[in-house]
Design a binder for this molecule. Structure first.
Ligand SMILES: O=CC(=O)O
Length: 241
């Protein structure tokens, strides 16, 4: 580990999971490990140990020596692995989320079908992440458009976009700043204020959204109703709208 990266260490050390270590021992005995690899997915560590010993593959294995520098146990992640974890956690979870690397409907379908075959009423979650490069995910625009409804039919009842607001803010500020540098206050009126009015966006009159009412209320409480600095009092600019 000291001479390379953590990832590099896995390769250099020949690090493997317990199922893979047993599969290697089975192969060395000329046996096909496919059934073991399938069955072990549903087993606890104690159950795996016993099943391996029953097959004559009581391999030496130390879960602790391969822990990461932060102390995490290593796993070999896969959709199948997540399905088993989801089923195991189902009795303790309202909603279960498998984080994915790309928005792939086939993968979500496999996850949902297998989890819900075992736990029919399990609610599922999905991250429609802005970290995906959606345009390189192999989806057509029509598939992107129906994606959330396709997921909903599979039982993904809590779908979220982690950072949609962050990206909206960044894009709109970027576009506005460029126009403001050329057109000044006209850019604000044309790009923002008129659009807020046309679209009936409540922040057109923003005082109540920025906490003015509660600040006024507090000022009036401490001054016995005599506060002279009420933001929403006479002359408030909101009356111009
Ligand atoms: O961090 C969150 C995300 O990338 O979705």
């Amino acid at each position: 580990m000291r001479k390379g990266t953590d990832k590099d260490w896995e390769e250099r050390s020949g690090c493997m999971t317990f199922p893979d270590a047993v599969a290697k021992a089975l192969k060395a005995k000329g046996q096909d490990p496919a059934k073991w690899l399938q069955d072990s997915r549903k087993m606890s560590i104690d159950q795996m140990r016993k099943a391996a010993a029953d097959m004559g593959c009581d391999v030496f294995f130390d879960w602790n020596s391969a822990r990461s520098v932060e102390g995490y146990f290593r796993i070999k992640g896969s959709t199948e692995f997540c399905i088993e974890r989801a089923i195991a956690f189902a009795p303790y979870a309202d909603c279960i989320w498998m984080e994915t690397g790309k928005p792939i409907l086939a993968q979500a379908t496999q996850f949902a079908k297998e989890v819900r075959a075992a736990v029919p009423h399990q609610m599922l979650a999905y991250n429609l992440s802005p970290s995906f490069n959606w345009d390189s995910a192999g989806m057509t625009d029509a598939q992107m458009e129906s994606f959330i409804w396709d997921l909903a039919k599979l039982g993904f009842c809590w779908q979220f976009i982690t950072l949609a607001g962050f990206h909206c803010d960044a894009l709109s500020i970027d576009l506005f700043a460029k126009e403001y540098s050329k057109h000044g206050a006209a850019a604000y009126v044309q790009m923002i204020q008129r659009k807020e009015r046309e679209n009936k966006v409540e922040t057109l009159t923003h005082q109540k959204w920025s906490g003015s009412e509660i600040v006024d209320e507090m000022g009036n409480i401490v001054s016995g109703g005599l506060s002279s600095t009420g933001i929403m009092s006479a002359g408030v600019t909101e009356k111009q709208f």
